[in-house]
Ligand binder design. Structure first.
Ligand code: ZN
Ligand code: ZN
Length: 285
């Protein structure tokens, strides 16, 4: 997958679902909740602001010393594990930094959902201490563009609004589709499959919800997450080249995750590779 230009880079900062998981059984794959850094040339995009965004912020602080950063944050949805890191994102406290959030809610609703977690009852630091310039954009039409990057989005099945993002840059495709339930219900899947196909077809790299295996899923129907076998089948069907299993269950130890991936690889067609998403891992498209 490595491209010599290295102008399309993905870095995982948080890969865990639901809640951060410290502890010796989670060291290899990491315990932070969802956050991914995407670089397309000079354009800096962050997807989701789970607890992983804290360390990403520390790294950006070093990189942008003395320079103003322009940061785009795509929010898939506002379940806590996807926004809880933002109050600890140091770049938000730096004057001259520009941050723009994109999400599926109205501008006022998105602002309230992101900043609501910084009310005094939840968090000690005042909103006035956020010295950066923070804006919000409501996503209404797909695709949209950020500089020379084209981004498609669609709704996924989840107990609340959840968006998947397809990022296209200079002929390569990266897709983020987590907190997404591919169900066993043929009626629901008739509609869902259209969205999934629009989002993931021919992707070079797909980061997707693989929280359960099929047996576990049977007890979690309607919770908004998928079985890895089902996700692999969708990848086979829509010609995805590399699947990174994501939103690891908080109870899934490193060793168990190795076993899950090994099992899932048996379902992969000849054109598909399956990997476990791992904190701090970098992938060039
Ligand atoms: Zn989640
Ligand atoms: Zn969710």
């Amino acid at each position: 997958m490595a491209n010599r230009e290295r102008d399309f880079k993905i870095k995982f900062w948080g890969v865990r679902g639901s809640i951060p998981t410290p502890g010796k059984n989670f060291i290899r794959y990491g315990g932070n909740t969802p956050c991914i850094e995407v670089r397309c040339g000079e354009t800096l995009i962050i997807i989701d602001a789970g607890s992983g965004i804290r360390e990403l912020g520390d790294s950006l602080l070093q990189e942008f010393k003395g320079r103003n950063a322009d940061i785009q944050i795509l929010i898939s949805h506002t379940h806590w594990d996807h926004i809880q890191g933002f109050p600890f994102f140091k770049m938000a406290y730096i004057p001259g930094t520009k941050i723009n959030f994109y999400g599926g809610h109205s501008v006022s609703a998105l602002e309230k959902l992101i900043f609501g977690q910084m009310e005094r009852e939840y968090f000690p630091v005042s909103l006035n201490d956020l010295q950066s310039t923070i804006g919000f954009s409501a996503l209404t039409e797909s695709p949209f563009t950020i500089n020379d990057v084209t981004i498609h989005f669609t709704h996924l099945i989840h107990p609340t609004l959840s968006l998947g993002f397809r990022i296209e840059y200079r002929g390569r495709v990266f897709v983020y589709a987590t907190d997404s339930e591919i169900s066993n219900d043929p009626e629901i899947e008739k509609i869902n499959e259209r969205n999934i196909s629009y989002l993931i077809h021919d992707a070079d790299m797909l980061v997707a919800d693989c929280q359960y295996n099929r047996e576990e899923y049977e007890n979690k129907v309607g919770w908004g997450h998928s079985a890895i076998e089902t996700t692999v089948e969708a990848c086979n069907k829509f010609n995805v080249k590399n699947l990174f299993a994501f939103h690891h269950d908080p109870t899934r130890t490193d060793d168990q995750l190795d076993g899950l991936i090994e099992m899932a690889r048996k379902f992969a067609g000849p054109g598909l590779k399956v990997y476990p998403a791992k904190e701090k891992q970098i992938v060039y498209l």
